[in-house]
Design a protein around this ligand. Structure first.
Ligand SMILES: Cc1cc2nc3c(=O)[nH]c(=O)nc-3n(C[C@H](O)[C@H](O)[C@H](O)COP(=O)(O)O)c2cc1C
Length: 507
C-alpha cells in the first residue's frame, strides 16, 4: 500500500520520506563524552566556566552601538578581547576545547595538535604551582586587536585587565564548586602558543588557570549556591563532534601584533615561577596618627556565595545624585586582600594600594583615604571637598560617572616596578589590579552598590585627587555610587577619542 502511495503522488512520497524511524534515533552529542573523560569533572567545570566567564542574563552595549549578551565579568567597551581554551584529558590525550561563550558551547579546537595532558602541564611550566594532578587547563588567550582597534595602545592594557577579571572569577567560581584553582602567569608562553596551535594567529596566552580536585570528586560534595543554569548564568555544553576554528587575522591585526614585540611576554623568557598563595593588596605605611583611622564595620562573614553573586554582577551605566553609606563602602572593601593560589608569589610584597576618594559618602568626610586591610580602616590622606567636576576631569569627561559618590584608585609605583621587573611586572601588576577589582565587583553585587570599572581616566589627575605619594601611579579606577537603573550608555566614541583615536581610526 505504502509503495503504491509513494509512486502515486509526489505529495504522499514526500510525506513518507519525512517520517522518522525510532531505529535511527541518536542521543544528543553532549550525552556522548569522549572516551575516558571524567563526567563529574566535565559537569563541574562547565558550571565553573559559565560562572567564571560565561553569559549572564541581560545585554550590554558593544561595538557600533549593537547589543551583545552580558557576561559574568566586565570588559572595556564590552569587547571581550580574549578567548578561552579548555584542555581536558580524554584518557590518552588532551583535547583542547574552545569555549564559544556566545553560543554556550565547548567545541574541540581544530588547530590544536594532540598532546597528553600531563605533558602539556609539564612542558608549559605549570606543574610546580599546581597542588595536585591537574585535571583541566583553562588558558585565557588575548586577541589584542579586538581592543586595540578601538582604544589604541592602551587597549593592550585592557586585555590584561579583562583577562585578570576572568581568571580571578574562574578561580573564585572553582573554589565555590569545591575545586582548587591556581592562576599561572609565569608559564612558557611560546611553548603553549605552539601546543594550542595559536602560532601566527595574533593571539597570546596571557593567563592559565589550572584546576585540581581536592580529596573527593566534586560529584560527591554538595554544590554551593544555585544549581548550574538556575541562577541566570548559561552553563556551556560540551560538544565532541563539532570542530571549532579561530577567526584568522587580517593585515591590520598582523601589523598591530608585530608592534607588540617589545611589550608582550610572549617574546620574553618566562620569569621564575614562585608557587604560593598571593594577595593583591599592599598595606599602606603605618600612619603617624593611628587615632585618625576611620574603622570600618567588621565583615559579615557567612557562606561563600560567589555562585549567586557572579550572576548578579553588573556595571552601573550611570549614578543617581545620591550618597552611598560608609557601611556600603566597608562591604565593598571587605576581603579585597583575599588570597589565590598562583605561581607569582614573591617574597617581597607585590600588589597594589587601594585609595578611596570620598565625594558623597554618608558618615565620611570628603577627601582621600588610604585603605588598610590589616586594620580594616580608612586613614585620611588629604582632605577637602570633591566635586562633580573633579570626577569628570579624572574620568575623561564620561558624563555617566558624574554623580559617583566615591572613586577607588588602585595604585602602584609603576615606573620603579617596570625598571625592576620589565614586562612581567607590567603583566603581573595589572593582574593584581584586576584581581582586586573583580572582588570589588562581586562585593558590590552583595551590597547592592553601583560600580563601574574605569579604564578611561587621567592618571595625573587621579593621583592628585587621591593625594598619592610621589612615584605612585593609578593603574585602574572604580567609580562607586547609587546606580541609576534608567541610565543607558548611548555613545562610546568619546571614550575612544579620548584614548587618542581619530575618526579615521575608529571602527
Ligand atoms: C578594563 C575595563 C575598563 C573599563 N572602562 C570603562 C570606562 O572607562 N567607562 C565605563 O563606563 N565603563 C568601563 N568599563 C565597564 C564596561 O563598559 C562594562 O564592563 C561593559 O559594558 C559590560 O557591561 P557589564 O559590566 O554590565 O557586564 C570598563 C571595564 C573594564 C573591564
Amino acid at each position: 500500500m505504502r509503495t503504491q502511495l509513494r509512486s502515486d503522488t509526489p505529495l504522499l512520497e514526500f510525506w513518507e520520506a519525512t517520517r522518522l524511524s525510532a531505529d535511527d534515533a541518536r542521543y544528543p552529542e553532549q550525552a556522548e563524552p569522549a572516551a575516558g573523560t571524567d563526567e563529574a569533572i566535565r559537569a563541574a567545570l562547565a558550571g565553573v566556566l559559565g560562572r567564571g566567564c560565561g553569559q549572564r542574563v541581560g545585554t550590554v552595549l558593544a561595538k557600533g552601538g549593537t547589543f551583545v549578551q552580558a557576561r559574568t565579568t566586565p570588559s572595556a567597551g564590552a569587547l571581550y578581547p580574549f578567548e578561552v581554551l579548555v584542555g581536558l584529558s580524554d584518557g590518552e590525550r588532551c583535547v583542547s576545547y574552545l569555549y564559544e561563550v556566545d553560543s554556550g558551547q565547548l567545541n574541540p579546537l581544530a588547530s590544536a595538535p594532540p598532546v597528553a595532558l600531563a605533558e602539556l602541564v609539564a612542558q608549559a611550566g605549570l606543574a610546580d604551582a599546581a597542588a595536585a594532578p591537574v585535571r583541566a587547563v583553562v588558558t585565557l588567550v588575548a586577541r589584542p586587536w579586538t581592543s586595540m582597534a578601538k582604544y589604541g595602545r592602551r587597549g593592550y592594557l585592557y586585555t590584561y585587565l579583562d583577562i585578570g577579571h576572568a581568571a580571578t572569577n574562574l578561580a573564585l567560581a572553582a573554589r565555590a564548586a569545591g575545586l582548587d584553582a591556581t592562576v599561572h602567569l609565569r608559564f612558557r608562553r611560546q611553548w603553549l602558543t605552539h601546543a594550542l596551535g595559536l602560532a601566527g594567529t595574533c593571539r597570546e596566552p596571557q593567563a592559565v588557570v589550572t584546576i585540581t580536585v581536592p580529596g573527593r570528586p566534586p560529584a560527591d560534595r554538595p554544590a554551593a549556591g544555585a544549581p548550574a543554569g538556575e541562577d541566570g548564568v548559561v552553563t556551556p555544553v560540551w560538544r565532541d563532534r563539532r570542530q571549532a576554528r579561530l577567526e584568522p587575522p587580517g593585515d591590520p591585526e598582523r601589523r598591530n601584533f608585530e608592534a607588540l614585540r617589545d611589550i608582550s611576554l610572549s617574546y620574553a623568557p618566562a620569569a621564575v615561577a614562585r608557587p604560593g598563595r598571593i594577595a593583591s593588596v599592599t598595606e599602606p605605611p603605618s600612619p603617624a596618627e593611628p587615632s585618625a583611622d576611620v574603622t570600618l564595620r567588621r565583615p559579615r562573614g557567612g557562606p561563600d556565595d560567589h555562585t549567586a553573586l557572579a550572576a548578579r554582577r553588573q556595571s552601573a551605566k550611570g549614578f543617581l545624585p545620591a550618597a552611598v553609606s560608609l557601611d556600603q563602602v566597608a562591604g565593598l572593601l571587605d576581603g579585597l586582600d583575599g588570597r589565590l593560589a598562583a605561581d607569582f608569589a614573591e617574597s617581597a610584597p607585590a600588589g597594589i594600594g587601594v585609595r578611596l576618594v570620598a565625594r558623597a559618602v554618608t558618615g565620611l568626610a570628603p577627601g582621600a583615604y588610604a585603605w588598610s586591610a590589616r586594620r580594616h580602616a580608612l586613614h585620611p590622606a588629604g582632605g577637602g571637598p570633591v566635586g562633580e567636576e573633579d570626577v569628570l576631569a579624572t574620568c575623561q569627561r564620561q558624563d555617566g560617572l558624574r554623580h559617583a559618590g566615591a572613586l577607588v584608585l588602585l595604585h602602584t609605583p609603576l615606573r620603579a616596578l617596570l625598571r625592576e621587573q620589565g614586562r612581567a611586572g607590567l603583566a603581573e601588576v595589572h593582574f593584581h589590579a584586576a584581581h582586586v577589582a573583580q572582588r570589588m565587583c562581586v562585593n558590590a553585587a552583595r551590597e547592592r552598590v553601583g560600580i563601574t570599572c574605569v579604564g578611561g581616566f587621567d592618571e595625573a589627575h587621579a593621583a592628585r585627587l587621591g593625594h598619592l605619594p610621589r612615584g605612585e601611579e593609578v593603574i585602574y579606577l572604580l567609580a562607586v555610587g547609587v546606580a541609576d537603573p534608567a541610565a543607558r550608555k548611548v555613545d562610546r566614541d568619546p571614550v575612544a577619542y579620548s584614548h587618542g583615536r581619530t575618526a579615521a581610526g575608529l571602527i
